[in-house]
Design a protein around this ligand. Sequence first.
Ligand SMILES: [Cu+2]
Length: 136
Amino acid sequence: MRFFFFIFLSWQVVVADTLKIEFTADDSFSIEVANIGVGDTTEWLPKNEGHNVEFLAGPNMEALPENSELNIRHTITFDLPGVYLYQCTPHGNMGMLGLIVVDNNFDNLGKIEEVELSRVAKSVLQRRIRVAKSNK
Ligand SMILES: [Cu+2]
């Protein structure tokens, strides 16, 4: 389900979305690649146990979004355009990772591809990147 918040700025209307992503029973995120806009929020829901959200890279490497503890609801609002890579800490090596692309901005893709990952996770990441680009 999506919630819309309307903000009226003199003559234009900005719509901020909340995207809900669940931890699935088969150790994955229900939405693996999310293309969102600046100011949109992503909310991870602990529908299944044993998972969390850990950010590995983003457009500002000095200030990545917060990680979450296991089994809790987690909400992040994305104000900076770019690509964000996150994983589930216990299952990242098995490829439980996701991408958030804010504003279709791929400027920091090089940094994303430099993140050290297991072989499985690396190939999963390459698939996610292809999907992200095709969603553009
Ligand atoms: Cu997990």
